[in-house]
Design a protein around this ligand. Structure first.
Ligand code: ZN
Length: 232
């Protein structure tokens, strides 16, 4: 721990003075982060580093497995962070970011690992669908490493589905005021793959190409398209 104490002093004395103006502004005016990022708690996945974000730019919620419990099954930290980011801060983008070599996804693939961790096991039920998809739809011969990777990617898509069940998110999607993104960070290469909701696959984003998105809002509520509604 003494290492961290030294680093605290170094931050206060060497790093902070060069950004003191920004911190003072943020303290005075409050935060207006551009996006909410829901990522794994894994120490190798650092949202601010990956996105090169500074103070005040990214609202972050981290947990084991970058999970978003569906609305109402759990009234907890993740749901509250989402609601606050969307309603109070008005973020216009939410990113769910999974990653390679994820311990939570390894637990899903090997339930014996979860035996001494009943809380983790219960939490990972929110990702069970990702595991089931890989069991049913992927080749049985898939090597363990690739299986874990596939579960982690499917898990990002499942959690995006869960996000849409949150009323604050659903309402902003209905008015086209929010966009959902699914990312996958590869620890070994530093590469981020982005989920394309139209093509339904992850792809590497390069250069000036526009970034694909997972879920976009729509300006007209679904029911307005109903011919019976239009006739009245
Ligand atoms: Zn992880």
């Amino acid at each position: 721990m003494s290492d961290f104490v030294k680093r605290l002093s170094s931050f206060r004395e060497e790093v902070f003075p060069t950004h003191s103006g920004l911190y003072r502004k943020l303290a005075r005016e409050g935060q207006q982060p551009q996006a909410l990022m829901i990522s794994c708690a894994d120490s190798r996945v650092m949202p601010e580093v990956i996105t090169q974000s500074g103070p005040g730019e990214l609202f972050v919620c981290r947990n084991a497995g970058n999970i978003v419990p569906p609305f109402s099954t759990m009234n907890g930290g993740v749901s509250s962070a989402i609601e606050y980011a969307v309603v109070a801060l008005g973020v216009r983008d939410i990113i769910v970011c999974g990653h390679s070599d994820c311990g939570a996804m390894k637990g899903l693939c090997n339930h014996d690992l979860l035996a001494p961790m009943p809380n983790v096991a219960a939490w990972l039920r929110h990702s069970q669908a990702a595991y089931s998809i890989v069991c049913q739809a992927y080749p049985e011969s898939l090597p363990e490493r690739d299986r874990v990777r596939a579960v982690a990617m499917e898990n990002v898509v499942i959690q995006l589905d869960h996000l849409r069940t949150h009323p604050s998110v659903a309402a902003k999607l209905a008015t086209n005021d929010i966009t959902l993104h699914g990312w996958f960070f590869d620890i070994e290469t530093g590469e981020v793959q982005v989920y394309d909701g139209v093509e339904r696959r992850f792809q590497v984003v390069a250069g000036e190409k526009p970034m694909p998105v997972a879920v976009t809002g729509r300006a007209t509520p679904h029911i307005m398209d109903d011919p019976l509604m239009a006739a009245e």
